[in-house]
Design a protein around this ligand. Structure first.
Ligand code: GRF
Length: 202
């Protein structure tokens, strides 16, 4: 069975959705850059190994990335999953895990990269909003898109109501994307991703 490592920074609800999906994959470890991340307790309750690489202890971004990579490599994962991991990872890190690093973002990329996506969506008056699971490239919130889900933006929406509607979809598509990856059904093709019907061991 393939192994994955999940990186978190906070609440950990996407990580929890991955755990509860009971996918045919071993969650080898959950690693956080934040010692106070609530998600660490959730992982421990599920008997998943946890570890903290506190970014505040490293003045140098590259040093943090190297230590993080050292921790990840202990578990030899086939896939590294950014589930609300709020640190920007450097180009060397991203290249090291090329095609093995995926992220969930709470907008329909390429619209609204960065933080505050729901607020931006409300400000722009879009009628459709959503979330994206994508392979990570060195450009933040950019890279071949695996799955997206849409939600309507309703007239009375607040940041909170819209965020909650999007989060429900995040919890649905993230496990689906990880499942497709572990079945070897994702093929990066140019800037896009093809979902193959056949399961592959690669
Ligand atoms: C999610 O909205 C995710 O898309 C974004 O950060 C949030 C993390 O939430 N990258 P959680 O920690 O998974 O609950």
């Amino acid at each position: 069975m393939k192994s994955i490592v999940i990186l978190i920074s906070g609440r950990g609800s996407n990580m929890q959705a991955l755990i509860e999906a009971a996918l045919p994959v071993r969650i080898a470890a959950v690693i956080s850059n934040n010692p106070d991340a609530a998600g660490l307790e959730i992982a421990k309750k599920h008997n998943i190994e946890t570890c903290v690489v506190d970014h505040r202890k490293y003045s140098d971004r590259a040093e943090f990335d190297l230590l993080l990579a050292d921790k990840i490599d202990l578990y030899r994962p086939s896939l590294i999953v950014l589930a609300g991991f709020m640190r920007v990872l450097g180009g060397d890190f991203v290249n090291k895990y090329k095609d093995k690093l995926i992220n969930i973002h709470p907008s329909l990329l390429p619209a609204f990269p960065g933080l505050g996506t729901h607020k931006k969506a409300l400000k722009e008056g879009v009628k459709i909003h959503g979330c994206t699971v994508h392979f990570v490239t060195s450009e933040v919130d950019h890279g071949p898109i695996i799955i997206q889900a849409t939600v309507p933006v309703l007239p009375d929406d607040t940041n909170e109501t819209l965020a909650a509607r999007v989060l429900l979809q995040e919890h649905r598509i993230f496990p689906e994307a990880v499942h497709l990856f572990v079945e070897g059904r994702l093929k990066i093709s140019g800037s896009g991703v093809k979902v193959c019907n056949e399961i592959s061991d690669n």
